[in-house]
Design a protein around this ligand. Structure first.
Ligand SMILES: Cc1ncc(COP(=O)(O)O)c(C=O)c1O
Length: 433
């Protein structure tokens, strides 16, 4: 193993992070190669800096004028230069500040600095690379973003174990969660992924449920299990009901127990409505980790990024710095939030006025971009296809569920959309297909 990896492992040994690293995670290190040497030169090479593979003229990166004309608010460096492997430092600090503001109970002094990833997908994949091995089990609710299968099962050869997401009463199924967690904890290690607001259901836990989820995990940590929790917060902040827990579970979990390692995967993709920018963040937090541990973890993560994507989009990161420091940012974002909330409330009204037919059971939803129906006695794929014949696109999941991304449909079109869904479902139900 590379001596730099051994050094980092030594720093992490004895901590929850050290115990839970995958084989690949243990091998990771950040090389003292081109990137590290250029960083050193950036500070000391005051005559000529002949380190980086970029084309520079008069101290500025070359940029084609037709391109800079499209980006008048950015300097050439902001627009086209490479960003550091872990992201532009100012953006990382701004995101940490934002995390504090959005999660008042977060102990921001006791977590790592966020690292930039090219979207949340890459963040989840990096976390999986670092902490999931062949044969490891990762627990997720039975309604989950399909890409987790590719990431955990195919890339990492780990096993996804799911539990029934919703109780009969229509909330987060704490009993099912407790059961699966207790069974898996018997092996000494727990790996869990929680995504709120959830894709595909649009559900986020209530304040009580969030507390109980934390308590259940602390119980297992108390009994000696090491616990890794990945918090996929892609749709963070889009909470439409008063009793919904308004913070990320990362806030309590990152300070809950020295045997619990929480990883927050979040980003601007959905939160700031910049899906194609490819800017996400990964942050580590655990009551068992100190600044030295975080430093070692960040170096390993930087090694993971360096070996897979090298660095994230510079232009996206710099545009976001400008956005976050704009005086209008908060109000503009609130405007988009209110638009989505109005759609959510409109759907609630539509369902009051015209309840969905019995063949469509509405799954609990209170947040995010989506809502889903469980199809009863009809095939979700058939329903999707018959809606498609009418020019309406929806997503069928595992033959049993229909996901509707109401985030993509204007307020005044929701009645027509849901009327068409209900009619198509009733028709299928009547024909018995
Ligand atoms: C739950 C969840 N996590 C992660 C992602 C991926 O986000 P990104 O586009 O930033 O990779 C998505 C996108 O659909 C998602 O629904």
């Amino acid at each position: 193993m590379n001596p730099l990896a051994l050094e980092l492992n030594q720093l992490l040994d004895g901590s929850v992070a050290g115990r839970m690293l995958s084989d690949f995670g243990r091998r990771l290190y950040f090389p003292k190669g081109i990137v590290a040497q250029s960083a050193e030169a950036g500070a000391r090479a005051h005559k000529f800096n002949a380190t980086v593979g970029m084309a520079v003229r008069n101290g500025e990166p070359m940029i084609l004028p037709s391109l800079s004309a499209q980006l008048p608010g950015l300097t050439p460096r902001e627009a086209v230069a490479y960003a550091p492997t872990a992201g532009v430092p100012q953006l990382r600090s701004l995101w940490l500040e934002a995390m504090k503001a959005k999660n008042p109970s977060l102990n921001a002094e006791a977590i790592s600095l966020p690292v930039v990833t090219p979207g949340l997908t890459a963040g989840v994949a990096q976390a999986a690379d670092m902490f999931c091995d062949e044969g490891d089990t990762i627990i997720v609710p039975d309604m989950f973003w399909g890409n987790y299968r590719l990431i955990f099962e195919e890339r990492r050869l780990s096993k996804i174990r799911s539990f029934q997401f919703f109780s009969d009463e229509g909330g987060f199924n704490l009993e099912a969660f407790r059961k699966v967690v207790t069974e898996e904890a018997a092996h000494g290690q727990l790996r869990i992924l929680l995504n709120f607001p959830n894709n595909p259901t649009g559900y986020s836990p209530t304040v009580h449920e969030a507390q109980e989820i934390t308590n259940i995990l602390v119980e297992q940590a108390d009994k000696g299990a090491d616990v890794l929790v990945l918090c996929d917060d892609a749709y963070f902040g889009l909470f439409y009901e008063e009793d919904t827990y308004g913070e990320s579970l990362f806030a309590p979990l990152s300070q809950a127990h020295e045997r619990i390692l929480a990883i927050k995967l979040d980003g601007s993709t959905k939160e700031d409505f910049v899906w194609g920018f490819r800017v996400g963040f990964l942050s580590f937090g655990s009551a068992g980790l100190t600044a030295h541990h975080y430093d070692a973890l960040l170096k390993k993560l930087a090694g993971g990024l360096r070996s897979a994507i090298s660095n994230s989009s510079s232009v996206g990161q710099h545009l976001l710095i400008h956005l976050f420091t704009s005086p209008d940012y908060a109000s503009e974002k609130q405007g988009c939030f209110l638009d989505l909330k109005k759609r959510y409330l409109r759907i609630r009204d539509i369902f009051q006025e015209t309840p969905p037919p019995p063949c469509l059971e509405t799954l609990p939803f209170n947040s995010g971009y989506f809502m889903s129906f469980r199809c009863r006695g009809i095939d979700a794929e058939q329903l999707r296809l018959s809606l498609l014949d009418e020019g309406i696109g929806t997503i069928s999941i595992a033959g049993g569920y229909l996901r509707v991304a109401y985030s993509s449909v204007d307020l005044d079109q929701l009645l027509e959309l849901y009327t068409a869904i209900f009619q198509a479902a009733e028709k299928l139900s009547a024909t018995g297909s």
